[in-house]
Design a protein around this ligand. Structure first.
Ligand SMILES: *Cc1c(COP(=O)(O)O)cnc(C)c1O
Length: 360
């Protein structure tokens, strides 16, 4: 058996060093004389891990004081609903900028808890661009503005943080958190499922500005209440301890790599190489406008859909995994998160060139 080159969109590749460390520590973790999975989340060893992982994430993302960092559950999808539950009233409006399938889903899930307004959308271009900021129709009374900096399915990514006139800005960073430097102080709330760029599914990182927690006052059960989770340092109930542990290892790995500055540089080179191979192939195509192309998820299409099955079979035989596009779009998608090396991208590019020569 061979570990393949993994381009899965999520759950996605983890750094091999992290998997090896997790394997080595599986039976006995630190001083615990047990697996990290087998000990109390309220004991000193796990509490130390929790505190240190928060410190590491704060350092990696330069999170200013005045923000709480929470390690929660439920996937990003649960927080599509939980965010309006906590930060808005049912009779309030909240603005959504929709640039792909995840933004659409965020709107759908918010509906029972707020009046979502689509303040801008690029549906008319089949989500191949970002609507120009000048065309956004923001409501100054909106409880918040929500957007998806990186649309994982459509491969569309904002290249800068939008200006939203003082309305709290909320970002679903599930597929681009920690992929490059970010000015956290521009945001009211950032959230991300861990299974793309951090670790295992079942863990959500949520970074929220203190003043927004004062809004969590409605009739919200404790388990859904962000202020409650913050007051309990994410130990309101049993957290996903193993997922949290894996995230802590990934944070250490990121620090050894040189943090988000080094990752951003590496991710830019990976993406540039792959897009340039696609554009110059005369065979593959990516429809996203150049200024909105994602550094993390690269959808691409073969000239004839009949070739898709053959491409995937040959890719699999060459140990290139997870390339099948999302069912909404068809075609292919290469996800090239932090844990995917430049070497893996080069192997993919060589394979794609070879396939195009033989089938073009
Ligand atoms: C994967 C993904 C989600 C959904 O995550 P779940 O953990 O399945 O809820 C939401 N938003 C974005 C941008 C994603 O990439």
């Amino acid at each position: 058996m061979t570990r393949g080159y993994n381009f899965s969109a999520g759950p996605a590749a983890l750094p091999e060093e992290v998997l090896i460390q997790a394997r080595d520590e599986m039976l006995e973790w630190g001083r615990a004389r047990a697996s990290v999975m087998e000990i109390s989340h309220r004991g000193r060893d796990f509490m130390d891990l929790a505190a240190e992982s928060e410190r590491d994430l704060r350092e990696l993302m330069s999170i200013p004081s005045g923000y709480q960092v929470l390690f929660l559950q439920g996937g990003a999808t649960q927080h599509f609903a939980q965010i309006p539950m906590n930060l808005a009233r049912i009779d309030q409006v909240a603005d959504y900028i929709v640039t792909g399938a995840w933004g659409e889903k965020a709107v759908r899930e918010a509906k029972p808890y707020v009046q979502p307004r689509i303040a801008a959308s690029s549906l008319d271009s089949h989500y191949t661009r970002i609507p120009p900021r000048a065309d956004w129709d923001l409501d100054p009374r909106a409880a918040y503005v929500h957007y998806t900096p990186n649309e994982t399915i459509h491969g569309v990514e904002f290249q800068s943080v939008p200006e939203v006139a003082g309305i709290p800005l909320i970002a679903d960073m599930s597929s681009d958190i920690l992929s490059r430097p970010l000015e956290v102080s521009r945001f009211g709330l950032i959230y991300a499922g861990a299974q793309k760029n951090i670790g295992a599914s079942g863990l959500v990182i949520l970074i929220v500005r203190d003043d927004l927690l004062e809004r969590c006052t409605g009739n919200i059960a404790g388990i859904f209440n962000y202020a409650e989770h913050a007051a309990n340092h994410s130990l309101f109930n049993t957290p996903n301890t193993y997922g949290w542990y894996l995230a802590s290892l990934v944070f250490k790995w990121l620090k050894r790599q040189g943090g988000v500055v080094a990752m951003g540089e590496r991710n830019r080179v990976k993406a540039e190489r792959l897009y340039s191979a696609i554009d110059s192939s005369g065979f593959y195509a990516n429809p996203v406008s150049a200024d909105a192309r994602s550094w993390m998820n690269v959808p691409f299409f073969l000239p004839r859909a009949e070739l898709d099955r053959l491409f995937l079979e040959e890719a699999d035989a060459a140990d290139l995994l997870g390339l099948k596009g999302h069912k909404l779009l068809g075609g292919m998608r290469a996800s090239i998160y932090n844990a995917t090396s430049l070497a893996a991208v080069d192997v993919l590019i060589d394979f794609m060139g070879d396939f195009a020569r033989r089938r073009g």
